[in-house]
Design a protein around this ligand. Sequence first.
Ligand code: G3I
Length: 389
Amino acid sequence: MNINARLRLKLLAGAAFFALVGCGRGKELPLSSAAVVPLLPPSPPTAADGALKGQYESNFLVGAAIGLAQIQSETEDADILVKQFSSITAENIMKPQSLSPAEGVYNFADADALVNFSEANGIAIRGHTLLWHRQTPDYFFQGTPIEVKDRLQKYITDVVTHFKGKVYAWDVVNEVVTDNGSDITAPYRNSRWYQAAGNSKDYIDWAFEAARAADPDTKLFLNDYNTETSGKRTRLLAVVKDLIDRGIPIDGVGHQHHLQLSSNVDQALKAIDDVDALFSGLINHITELDISVYSDPGECFSSGENCATSYGDNVPESVINDQAQMYRDLFTGFAARPSVKSVSLWGLTDDASWLNGFPVERPNYPLLYDKDRKVKKAFQAVSDLNFVI
Ligand code: G3I
């Protein structure tokens, strides 16, 4: 039962109680006295304008990953973005596959529409992503390492120059750290990029150097997932240290933080603390935050087996409460860490989340807004620290 349903029951019970007491004592307390019961808020509640971004204004930008559909005029999504968010990330339309489907061919129209919407509404844009081993056309990986380098640097130069002054931070490289510490390429992912660069990590340097040359002011990030787990985090920190030791221009670490209810909040925050402790001056961004309502074992992600049973349309209230508490613990922890300058949700509303299809097809409810564009308890938990979960 949601909080409003509970509140309604309480108020109805209260009205009935007063009516009964009144009857029992023979006093003049007509049933119509129930009219003094205050009007109930709409169910579920809406949010005061600016409640979310305002709560963290002095700490960090609050963002959401979206596509073009969300910013078409007159949509509720656009209204929510303008009122509650101070940052936007393109969930897909700034990736190489979208921006340059063929070599030398650029399609900036969709991304420009996103930038125009953001500029018109005073929302900052976070760039995602200049280099990834997914959603990248095959042509990027063809030829000798020198050819690969020249092509990559031209692409990054063209894209970063196009958005110069408009994008406050770029995920320069995405997911370049291996998940498996015993890989022969560890701590690097044995990706198509690694192979195309002649079985070397050099492509990471090429990417950061080109990005810095094209825009000296935008912040340059290495972005990855599972930094809340110690093995992956250790490998990521080794990669970052190597870049810094060699003077490669990097400004910060992006922690994707795709979490689930069984994830450890302390470890998610430790990821930030470890960056702070090792590299003074680096920034931390939380780049793709969501909290799955399921607690899946590792094999669910690797083979699709033993995944948690779908809740369908009926998520237990205890789960909704746990999710809200976890969001609050995270946001409170982020706000206590001055190196955190941006916290972005990977999506705006539950129905649009990638988690409805990953690791298996199953409705998921990982974000702050539900499919009806109403705020969830998780939203209230982070936007109003006095809200009782
Ligand atoms: O654009 C095509 C469309 O033309 C086609 O009709 C449709 C049919 O399936 O597919 C569309 O492309 C999909 C694309 O999202 C845009 O909707 C792709 O199939 C689908 O694979 C792609 O998924 C994206 C995924 O990255 C790709 O790996 C998700 O939306 C996006 O949320 C996800 O984001 C990543 C971050 O970039 C990096 N970190 C992990 C995160 C989650 O996987």
